[in-house]
Design a protein around this ligand. Structure first.
Ligand code: HEC
Length: 135
């Protein structure tokens, strides 16, 4: 067998690995496997990416259901009844993602978006408890 073809073959394999590993679109499954730490929760690193996948189709980009815009930190923290900085238990966003009775579950039941994992709920609560900082 001609060595040239072996190298060409190896090159194609390497190139496809490179191509696939460069895809920067994160899927909901990948994000659900990202563990949010139990302190010093960064908004930009852990919270906004979850909103981007599970919430902003209805809360951003021209669509702000319930008057809530989750595309930016400013929008997310604009209403103190939605995000009560320092007080996760008083924040309706927490009740929604926990599916508490009396509020609409978010994402809404039957919508194509996956609910928050327990770790994501805890991460959101910790971020709010730590002051809902733009960090
Ligand atoms: C399929 C569309 C849709 C998705 C996805 C969605 N929402 Fe909503 N959301 C709505 C609608 C419609 C309302 C207003 C009516 C209502 O409260 O049921 C609302 C209202 C809200 C409110 C205001 C409730 C209140 O009483 O203060 C919050 C907070 C909220 N959503 C957070 C979220 C979060 C966080 C996510 C992502 C986990 C999310 N939503 C995903 C449609 C959506």
């Amino acid at each position: 067998m001609n060595l040239k073809y072996v190298f060409a073959f190896l090159f194609i394999i390497a190139a496809s690995f490179f191509f696939f590993s460069c895809k920067d679109t994160v899927t909901a499954d990948q994000l659900d496997n990202t563990v949010i730490p139990s302190s010093n929760v960064s908004y930009s690193k852990y919270i906004q990416p979850v909103f981007n996948l599970k919430c902003i189709n209805c809360h951003g980009n021209g669509e702000t259901d319930g008057g809530v815009n989750l595309t930016t930190w400013a929008g997310t923290t604009a209403d103190p009844s939605v995000v009560a900085r320092g007080f996760p238990d008083n924040s309706s966003i927490v009740w929604c993602v926990e599916g508490k009775p009396g509020v609409s579950a978010m994402p809404p039941v039957g919508s194509p978006y996956k609910p928050f994992t327990t770790n994501q709920v805890d991460g959101l609560k910790t971020w709010i408890k730590e002051g809902a900082k733009n960090n």
